[in-house]
Design a binder for this molecule. Structure first.
Ligand SMILES: NC(=O)C1=CN([C@@H]2O[C@H](COP(=O)(O)OP(=O)(O)OC[C@H]3O[C@@H](n4cnc5c(N)ncnc54)[C@H](O)[C@@H]3O)[C@@H](O)[C@H]2O)C=CC1
Ligand SMILES: CC(C)CC(=O)C(=O)O
Ligand SMILES: [Mg+2]
Length: 352
């Protein structure tokens, strides 16, 4: 297995280092790690956030472990050269349309959630976020109107085949869980969302064993705080999924805990190519200080072993070690504790 490791910017290298140490501690035979430059770091070195040689490494790998990209000091660059284009480009170029973002509360963290412990304790949900379309990839621009006002626009759109494939991913995920799928949209206002809803309903005919509901995104944001235990699988578009998953992270205690898998196929086949990354960004406010919680990246490495390597036992070992470290009170500043990035990595490795 050839794993590409793209650490990126800010806390990206710090958290990725710990996830790599965890992978190495498992002593898996034939696991080869190949590093590549992405984001602001790549722009500074090669003049592009996703250089051709990095894309080449990605294409030749069986899976990608990704840290984070983003560097506010490069915000003046034209959009195509900004660090974030590395992750957007990899998702698009590699056809990684299905982003799985599980949010489950760890035992002992119920009182660290922004929710009441009895509410937080019930959270066990999966956000299935579409990753190749929506307003992120539509035509965009800025212009000056005749009256001198500047205007910016970003085109939101989904084609029916794009909705169909993510709907299938959502239904299949629900079949493997509690059999409930909530499709989140804004069909009361957006044409894109009405098409989304129509297609999800059409696809639902093939999954009579899954209970399908629909919810507007504003209500979903509210229900995620009021009654998150009612959700099993949420399927939604790129923008809504981005926002709701950051929100879900605080419902289980911290953004430093949420892992993700981005897949090009979701038929449940093991050994599928994928990109695995924490849901957070480069966190410039704490970068370089050894304060970042690496658990989200370590848990992403577990998802990598599960989905791309078919190593369920090793994935479960990592998840159990993270859970044990948390149960033993190993907490970073994001969880009100004082453990540093390496200390958390050490604690997980000690419990593998
Ligand atoms: N996939 C990616 O590479 C992503 C990149 N970004 C980029 O990251 C940069 C920073 O964006 P922000 O909006 O500040 O979001 P962010 O997720 O980087 O940080 C938000 C807040 O959460 C904290 N935080 C994040 N991860 C943490 C961790 N592991 N441990 C402890 N605290 C953590 C940060 O310190 C900050 O206060 C931007 O350039 C943005 O575009 C943002 C999200 C995803
Ligand atoms: C560059 C952004 C679209 C990344 C992000 O916020 C995410 O995927 O959660
Ligand atoms: Mg995000």
């Amino acid at each position: 297995m050839r794993i590409a490791v793209f650490a990126g910017d800010g806390i990206g290298p710090e958290v990725t280092e710990q996830a790599v140490r965890v992978l190495q501690a498992l002593e898996i035979n034939g696991l080869e790690l190949v590093e590549g430059d992405v984001g602001g770091a790549a722009y500074r070195k090669h003049g592009h956030p996703l250089p051709a040689q990095t894309l080449e490494i990605a294409r030749s790998a069986d899976a990608i472990l990704f840290g984070a990209v983003g560097d506010f000091s490069l915000d003046h660059l034209e959009r195509a050269l900004r660090p974030e284009q590395a992750v957007l480009g990899l998702r698009k170029e590699l056809g990684l349309f299905a982003n799985l973002r599980p949010a489950t509360v760890f035992k002992g963290l119920e009182d660290l959630s922004t929710l009441r412990p009895e509410v937080a304790g019930k959270i066990d949900l999966l956000i299935v976020r579409e990753l190749n379309g929506d307003v992120y990839f539509g035509e965009k621009g800025t212009r000056t109107l005749e009256d001198g006002r500047r205007q910016g626009w970003d085109m939101m759109s989904y084609a029916e085949d794009e909705v169909r494939r993510i709907a299938h991913a959502g239904f299949k995920a629900a079949q493997g869980r509690r059999g409930k799928l909530c499709s989140v949209d804004k069909a009361n206002v957006l044409e894109t969302s009405q098409l989304w809803r129509d297609v999800v309903i059409e696809v639902s005919a093939q999954y009579p064993d899954v209970q399908l509901t629909h919810m507007y995104v504003d209500n979903a944001a509210m229900q995620l705080v009021k009654n998150p235990g009612a959700f099993d699988v949420i399927v939604t578009g790129n923008l809504f999924g981005d926002i709701l998953s950051d929100q879900a992270s605080m419902c289980v205690g911290s953004i430093g805990l949420l892992a993700s898998a981005s897949l090009a196929e979701t038929d449940g086949a093991q050994g599928a190519f994928g990109l695995y990354e924490p849901i957070h960004g480069s966190a410039p406010d704490i970068a370089g200080k050894g304060l970042a919680n690496p658990m989200a990246t370590i848990l992403s490495a577990a998802m990598l072993l599960r989905h791309s390597c078919g190593m369920e036992a090793e994935a479960a070992r990592i998840e159990a070690a993270v859970a044990a470290a948390l149960a033993d009170g190993v907490k970073g500043g994001d969880l009100g504790g004082s453990a540093g990035t390496k200390e958390i990595g050490d604690a997980v490795i000690a419990r593998l």
